[in-house]
Design a protein around this ligand. Structure first.
Ligand code: ADP
Ligand code: MG
Length: 691
């Protein structure tokens, strides 16, 4: 970076108190807004503009806030009332309209009002009475008061700060520091997207001539925010790849293909593609860090099984971590089934393992006599050691925290890591949210799957729901009934899962009806789940312990009680428990939502079956912060950009950043000096984005 660049880069880092008029007291208020330096100030963008351009009254609506220009047409009338209150009114001719201007509590105005003077008034207009309640006014006939016919920025303020002060300082800062505002976006990209240069965009986002100018300035900063963020992410990813030396796992391709052929079904094209990417990563000398995303029922488990098979056949151990014991046991059983003709030692390690089992498993993992362990959080405990851990798979990864995943990763030297999730985050958002991950999407369901028909009914139709249920079960199918909470609560008035179980037992004395909830011991839960999976139980009444991953293809009916209490993604996950076999499946939402959002959620569930679509709508309803859960998301606070609204710009910026990072001249060329400095500064703290 040249000396001059350096000076430029640091001019903006001076404290905001360098500006005339910004004292210590106000500096404190400013810092509450996150403004410490000149740069912070310049990037404190307005959230809207006051339109101070004179308007033609004919085009203005009732009760709108407007600025008009006219001539005083009558002597002022000043009236005092109440305690210390004053009201001054006079007529003003604005175009063809004779309006009444009313100014409160500024009695001195009376002296200034003279028939024939030109005045500019801003305030709310009552179109019926042609009366304008004045917020501010300006005499436009004195030269010094030549008003500004512009949009004035409105900023968020706090403490003693006034918007007018911020406007003044902003102008001063723009004037004095315009020369020091460095361009961050490479010229070629500015040209390609017709983006305003940075200093000009800054000026225009604060003081646009019209809304279009403001919009263009904003467009530039939306791109800039995404671009810089993505640049950081791509740089992190590059660094991760260079620093972490992975294990090239030399599995036998032929053996793996034979194993795939031994499976009871053919892989879908999407599964095959995902698998190929994973196998490629296993073989490569980089440590894989990949997110496998697939809608519920898309068949991620078998992809995991094959990947683990490859790693094990190359001489390594595998670990498969899942969030619940029910799921751990299910995966353990299905992997055993998949590997029934293979010489692979699998163990199941959960909180319910007996001390003796646990001791044996830990010894086996350390000695290398166990090839694969499936388990819950039990896997990340301190005393768990592996001889030769090659591949880690985390299912339902969104259920784990960053720290838990990191702990598991540390169990090996540089294991390959595959995170699986059914939480269908649109792909770009996933890449952004998880930044340094590669993302693979299984965007296809196995053939023969039918849409889960989804209905929304009110509580009073329960009898019909029961008849429908009876019909399904009499045809040999099974049903889930999900209730939101386990205990009765006056406040929430939710159906108690235990009550509902009792009620169903009365309605259907001929069926075996199971009950699952969080208060049961793991052993009890496991037993009930196994009985349901084997068809011994026809109806399973449960809380959301069932939500993730459970796979019972013969279950065709999902009834969700008080469905309005669940979020969209959760409803979709629950619905995904059915429709896993060849039979037509149904999801019945019993709900009486009181809110508009609740009603909307029911409509979306009825009409949308694709998890990605559901997620997108969920995002739109809830906003990103809530969707990702701010704690772990690692997402930055964008000032003007919005990941949902500006989805396309995000995708474009990601590709551009990726291309730039991969371009060797980025690391040497003078013109990218500033960007490199920016990255150096950012990456010092960026480490925590890695998980
Ligand atoms: P999820 O992606 O939700 O974890 P699973 O891995 O549990 O889905 O798979 C759902 C069901 O589909 C399982 O019963 C599984 O055996 C079956 N399945 C997976 N892949 C295929 C395929 N290619 N063809 C047919 N059935 C499949
Ligand atoms: Mg699954």
């Amino acid at each position: 970076m040249s000396k001059q660049d350096w000076a430029v880069y640091h001019a903006l880092k001076q404290p905001v108190t360098t500006l005339k008029g910004v004292g210590e007291a106000l500096a404190e208020d400013l810092s509450l807004l996150g403004i410490k330096t000149i740069e912070d100030l310049l990037f404190h963008f307005p959230y809207r503009y006051d339109d101070c351009r004179p308007k033609d009254l004919a085009e203005v609506g009732h009760e709108e806030t407007v600025t008009v220009e006219g001539t005083v047409h009558s002597e002022p009338v000043l009236r005092f009332y109440g305690r210390n209150k004053a009201r001054c009114s006079f007529k003003v001719l604005v175009g063809r309209y004779l309006i009444t201007a009313v100014i409160f509590n500024r009695p001195y105005v009376k002296q200034q009002v003279k028939v024939g003077r030109s005045i500019r008034l801003t305030g709310k207009i009552d179109k019926h009475r042609l009366q304008l309640t004045v917020q501010h006014y300006q005499w436009s006939d004195t030269a010094s008061n030549k008003g500004e016919e512009t949009l004035l920025p409105v900023y968020s303020v706090t403490g003693k700060l006034k918007v007018a002060q911020l406007r003044k300082w902003m102008k001063a800062a723009l004037r004095d520091y315009a020369a020091y505002i460095p361009e961050m976006i490479p010229q070629s990209l500015l040209t390609r997207y017709k983006l305003l240069p940075r200093p000009e965009a800054l000026r225009k986002i604060h003081f646009p001539k019209d809304y279009e100018e403001g919009k263009q300035a904003k467009r530039r900063f939306i791109y800039e925010e995404f671009f810089l963020f993505q640049l950081k992410m791509q740089a992190l990813r590059k660094r991760h790849r260079e620093q972490v030396e992975g294990i090239p796992q030399h599995y036998d391709q032929q053996k793996v293909e034979n194993f795939i052929r031994s499976l009871p079904f053919e892989l879908t094209a999407a599964q095959r593609k995902a698998l190929d990417q994973i196998l490629h990563d296993l073989k490569s000398p980089f440590a894989m860090n990949r997110l496998l995303q697939g809608d519920v029922g898309s068949g991620k488990t078998v992809v995991a099984a094959i990947s683990l098979y490859a790693s094990i056949s190359a001489g390594y151990q595998g670990a498969f971590m899942v969030p619940t014991e029910i799921l751990a046991e299910q995966h353990y059983l299905s992997l055993k089934q998949f590997y029934r003709n293979e010489n692979i030692q699998i163990a199941l390690l959960t909180g319910s393992s007996t001390p003796k089992e646990r001791r044996e498993i830990l010894a086996g993992l350390q000695l290398g006599t166990i090839d694969l362990v499936v388990g819950t959080h039990a896997l990340i405990q301190k005393d768990v050691y592996f001889k030769n851990l090659g591949l880690i798979i985390t299912d339902e990864q969104h259920r784990f925290g960053v720290e838990q995943r990191r702990q598991l990763r540390r169990k090996g030297a540089a294991p390959d890591v595959l995170l699986m999730t059914a939480t269908p985050i649109p792909r770009t958002l996933a890449i952004t949210a998880f930044g340094d991950l590669d993302v693979t999407v299984i965007d296809e369901l196995p053939a023969g799957r039918k849409k889960v028909e989804t209905y929304w009914v009110k509580e009073h139709m329960l009898d019909r729901v029961f008849r429908f249920m009876q019909n399904e079960i009499d045809q040999g199918r099974q049903a889930y009934v999900v209730c939101p909470l386990i205990e009765e609560s006056d406040k929430l008035d939710v159906q108690n899962v235990i009550d509902f179980h009792a009620k169903l037992c009365k309605v259907f004395p001929q069926y075996r009806i199971g009950l699952l909830h969080g208060r049961l011991s793991s052993a009890e839960k496991g037993k009930t789940m196994r009985r349901f999976a084997q068809g011994e139980i026809q109806i399973l009444v449960t809380t959301t312990v069932i939500e993730v991953g459970v796979d019972v293809p013969n279950a065709t009916l999902m009834i969700i009680y008080d469905a309005e209490r669940f979020g969209l993604s959760q409803l979709h996950q629950l619905r995904g428990r059915v429709g896993r076999g060849n039979h037509q499946s149904y999801c019945i939402l019993i709900a009486d939502p009181k809110t508009e959002a609740g009603i909307q959620r029911m409509h979306i569930m009825r009409s949308t079956h694709d998890g990605f679509e559901v997620a997108k709508k969920d995002l739109a309803l809830r906003g990103t912060g809530d969707f990702f859960g701010t704690k772990q998301s690692g997402l930055p606070d964008f000032k003007v950009a919005d990941m949902i609204r500006d989805y396309r710009a995000l995708e474009v910026a990601r590709k551009d950043a990726q291309a730039l990072i991969q371009n060797p001249s980025f690391w040497t060329d003078e013109q990218f000096g500033l960007l490199r400095t920016y990255l150096e500064e950012q990456l010092g703290t960026g480490e925590k984005l890695l998980d």
